[in-house]
Design a protein. Structure first.
Length: 337
């Protein structure tokens, strides 16, 4: 509630002035009056109910004056409205689909676990645009930024170890590919992030991963890197004409790929992102939950109040009381002075 014209509050000073005028000036004029021929009738007239309620018209007029002043002050009641504008973010998912993602230290495999948990992450998004890049020895844009989560999910499901013929881990190429997929409309202020998931070292491609990260940082992109793999590592299964085999080093020992954690940490650092290590399915799921909490986008809340005039609530009773006062003064309490 507010008073649109509070300056009319000064008119309340008229109330005591009117009362003083009625008491002092008019009161002194009433002393002459018309004398009753008989004192007894005069005494009896002063004890009737009309005589006792002679103050009522004056009281009503004072109330009318107060109500009119309140109406002149224009009371207003407001209805508050809240508008919430949520500004989503842009997310590029960069998923490693190289042969080492077939390792079975995640259930059923690293890639299958990553796809299932990433899909769950996508299903929990709202108001965000999302895209998908997959990579092995080279990178491929599966889906540009879109709000059609169904399309992204379907393309994620189709991603597998055999879709890229060049094996290896081209982290730098994949990151720079994702960087150049971001675009902003003039005046747009959406946050933009990259989630890069890999289980190996950079051993292919032409772009240095750290240089790609610096370019991302210069463009205001945050990169969250996720290293996937158990602490002890796992061999890589391979289907061969001889049946199921495991990848081996030239000396015959099992090949256990290692994660270049320092590189992933440096990439996250130069872009003001974070590095996470996922050692099993549950850890990877928690990482996605953490990223989701860190990146909620911007929320702008604006409140507006729409006011409505309420002076009739005071003016109408004042008019009614004025009519009542005029009737009482002219009919019920008519006096001869």
């Amino acid at each position: 509630m507010r008073w649109y014209s509070p300056e009319f509050l000064l008119l309340f000073a008229l109330v005591p002035l009117v009362l003083a005028y009625k008491t002092v000036v008019l009161g002194s004029l009433k002393k002459g009056g018309v004398r009753f021929p008989l004192a007894k009738q005069a005494i009896e007239a002063g004890t009737t109910w009309r005589a006792r309620l002679l103050f009522v018209p004056d009281l009503l007029r004072a109330v009318v004056l107060v109500l009119v002043i309140l109406a002149l002050m224009r009371p207003q009641w407001g209805i508050e409205r809240e508008e919430v504008n949520r500004q989503g973010i842009d997310i590029m998912l960069v998923i490693d689909v190289s042969g080492s993602m077939a390792a079975e230290d995640f259930k059923p495999t690293r890639l299958q676990a990553a796809k299932a948990i990433t899909e769950k992450f996508i299903n929990g998004l709202q108001d965000h645009r999302i895209g998908l890049v997959v990579f092995a020895g080279l990178s491929l844009t599966q889906c540009p930024l879109t709000m059609d989560y169904g399309v992204v999910t379907e393309l994620l499901r189709r991603s597998d170890l055999r879709m890229l013929k060049a094996d290896g881990t081209a982290i730098g190429d994949a990151l720079i590919n994702a960087v150049y997929k971001f675009k902003k409309a003039p005046g747009e202020k959406r946050d933009q992030i990259i989630i890069l998931l890999t289980d190996g070292e950079n051993n292919a491609g032409v772009v240095d991963p750290l240089e790609a990260a610096k370019i991302a940082g210069d463009r205001g992109l945050r990169v969250y890197t996720i290293g996937v793999g158990s602490l002890e590592g796992a061999p890589i299964p391979m289907d061969t004409p001889m049946g199921r085999q495991f990848a081996r080093n030239p000396d015959g020992s099992l090949y256990i790929p290692k994660i270049d954690e320092q590189l992933l940490k440096d990439m996250a650092y130069v872009t003001h992102g974070q590095y996470f290590r996922a050692t099993d399915n549950q850890a990877l799921e928690k990482i996605y939950e953490t990223i989701g909490k860190l990146e909620k986008g911007k929320i702008d809340v604006s409140r507006t109040v729409q006011y409505s005039e309420r002076f009739p609530l005071f003016l109408l009773p004042a008019f009614a009381l004025l009519l009542c006062e005029m009737y009482l003064r002219g009919r019920v309490f008519a006096r001869v002075f």
